[in-house]
Ligand binder design. Structure first.
Ligand code: 6PG
Length: 219
């Protein structure tokens, strides 16, 4: 199901309402909720809007779909992005699960996050983005670790991006696909073309398309 909007503001409003409703029903059903969020530039205003939703954020676990292996004060940090956009206003005290706990030892960090991210099995909401190369999360074309991320039963892996910062951490496809609701947020006609041709071009996003509950799109 693709929802197309005339403006980014209209898209953000609709997607914010959808995610808020999903979280409300999870809280009502089981007294807790969990949410995995992508980084990048597209979702920033959505996260700012979501921070205003009147929810019991103390009971909503917030994780990252993926991360750059940098310190959390880096301009490239997705943790920093989520802290600055979502963890404000009503959502100020929501529990955030960072993906970089050991910025000195990448292997040890992955071991730590593998355990931490088991709480996001069967998450309530996952928000995916997509790059112009058809990557999603930090699952990239032409990267053997990204191919592993599509198949593994692990929760997280290190992968390699074609652009700086190259060292990435990603939730695995199985972890992301286990979620109750998976949304893809893309903007621009080019990305829509990339999505349309994903199967033919064997882009990483192709494996996720059958699992998407909705695509939120504006030109
Ligand atoms: C990241 C993101 C990544 C993002 C896409 C789209 O760490 O960069 O998680 O997967 O969703 O690259 O990014 P934009 O929204 O900035 O185009």
């Amino acid at each position: 199901m693709t929802h197309q909007f005339p403006t980014k503001a209209a898209l953000n409003q609709a997607l914010c309402e959808r995610i808020t409703k999903d979280l409300e029903s999870a809280l009502a059903r089981k007294g807790s909720a969990s949410l995995l969020l992508s980084g990048g530039s597209s979702p920033k205003d959505l996260y700012r809007l979501l921070s205003l939703s009147k929810l019991d954020w103390s009971k909503i676990k917030i994780g990252l779909v993926d991360e750059r292996y940098v310190t959390n004060d880096s301009e490239f940090s997705n943790e920093k992005l989520v802290r600055e956009t979502l963890l404000t206003n009503e959502a100020e005290n929501a529990p955030l699960f960072p993906m970089v706990l050991d910025a000195e030892n990448e292997e040890r960090n992955i071991e730590l996050i593998e355990r931490e991210y088991s709480v996001f099995q069967n998450a309530d909401v996952v928000l995916l983005g997509m790059g112009d190369d058809g990557h999603t999360a930090s699952i990239f074309p032409n990267d053997p670790q990204s191919d592993e991320a599509q198949q593994t039963l692990k929760n997280v892996l290190s992968t390699k991006a074609p652009v700086h910062p190259q060292h990435r951490i990603t939730c695995s496809a199985q972890l992301l696909k286990s979620a109750s609701s998976i949304y893809l947020l893309i903007t621009g006609s080019n990305k829509f073309q990339v999505l349309e041709s994903a199967e033919e071009k064997a882009y990483p996003i192709a494996a996720f398309k059958p699992y998407l509950n909705a695509i939120y799109f504006c030109i």
